[in-house]
Design a protein around this ligand. Sequence first.
Ligand code: PLP
Length: 387
Amino acid sequence: MHLSRLAMSVGQSATLKLNELANNLKAEGKAVIHLGGGEPEEKIPQGAYDASLKKLETRRVRYTATSGIPALKNEIAAYTGKYYGLQPAAKNIVVSGGAKQSIYNFLLAVVDPGSEVVFPAPYWVSYPEMVKLAYGTPVVVRPEPGRLLPDIKDMVRHITSNTRAVMLNSPNNPSGMIYPEDFVRELVEICEDRGVYLMMDDIYNRLVFDGASAPNAFTMSKRPLDESLIVSINGVSKTFSMTGFRIGWSVASEAVTQAMTKIQAQVTSCPSALSQAAAAGALAEKGTFVEDLRAQLERKRDLLAVELNKLKKVKFTLPQGTFYSFPDFSAYEKDSEKLSKLLVDKALVVTVPGREFGLDGHLRISYCGAEKDIVEGVARIRKVLDA
Ligand SMILES: Cc1ncc(COP(=O)(O)O)c(C=O)c1O
C-alpha cells in the first residue's frame, strides 16, 4: 500500500501515545499514576459554560467567518491589549482549532520547501514534525550539557540565509523555563535585521510563578504590527483548562494573517462555532479563574520540588511557569526512553522521555494532576531508582 513520503517522515505524537498507554493501563485496572499529562484538571470557567449553552440553545450552529467570530476577536484584541500592551485589529487575528493549528497555519504560510526553521532544545514535541509537515527543515539548537538554555550566540549562528523562521515557546514546555529578556531581545533584533519571522508560542504566558512574567517580544520590536515579523500564538487550552474545545489564535501582521486565513479556509473552513462562543465567554469572564489556576499550579510545583529533591541523584531546575518540569535523571540512566519504560513497568508511573523534546537523560514530569499523585508518583520513582 502506498503512503506518501510526508506521512512516512512524520513521527507519532509521543505525548498522545503516552496518554493512550496510561488510559489502557487504567482500563486494565492497574493503579497507574500519570505524570506525563498536558492539561489542567479544572472544570471549565463558568463564562465558557454559560456562553456555550447560550449558543447551543439557539440551535443554530453554523459555519462562521474563517478567521473567527467578531465577539471572540474583540475579546482576543482586548486580551492582547491587556497582556501585551498591543492593540491588534480584527485583520491581525486568526482563530483556529487549537494553538496547534495556529502554529501549523503559520508554518504553511511562511515556509517554502527546504527552508529552515530554527528553535532551541528542549522544544515542544510537535515542533520538528510540524516543520516537516510544512516541507521545511527543522534546525535544533541544543544547550551545553547540564543546561536548559542554549547560548544566544549558538542561536544566532544557526540563523542563516536559509532560515525562514525562529520559534520560541516561553515559558517552555517541557522545562518550565522563561527565556531571559536579553535572549528574546537579541532574537527580535537578529530576526528583524535578517527578515526572519519570530514565532512566539505564548500558550503558557499567564501560568507563571514567583511574580515572574514572560518577556513580550512585541515591546522589543522596532516595527509596527503590520510590518512585524513577530507572530504570537495563544489559546484557551491551558490557561482556561479548555483543551477539548480546541481554540487557539494568532496575532500577526495583516499579510501573514491573510495568508493563514486563506490556508485555513481551504482546510477546515472555520473553527467550531460552539467552541468559539465558549472561548469568548471564558475571555470575557471577570473572575479569578486564571489566577486561581496559576496559584494552585505554583503550590503543586513547590510540592513536586520537595518530593523530587528527595531523590539522591536527580538534578532539578525549578520551573518558572507552565505545569511541567524537566529534571535530569542522567546519573541514573542516560537513555530516557529506557528509563521512562522502566518506570511504567516497575512503578506504574507514566513520564515522558526527554529524548522526545530533544534532550536525552531528562524526563518530563507534569504537576497538573492531583497532589496525592505527585507525592505517590515520585515516591514510587524513588523506590525503584534509590532502592
Ligand atoms: C508549547 C505548546 N504549544 C502549543 C500547544 C497546543 O495547544 P492547543 O491545545 O491549543 O492546540 C501545546 C499543547 O500541549 C503546547 O504545549
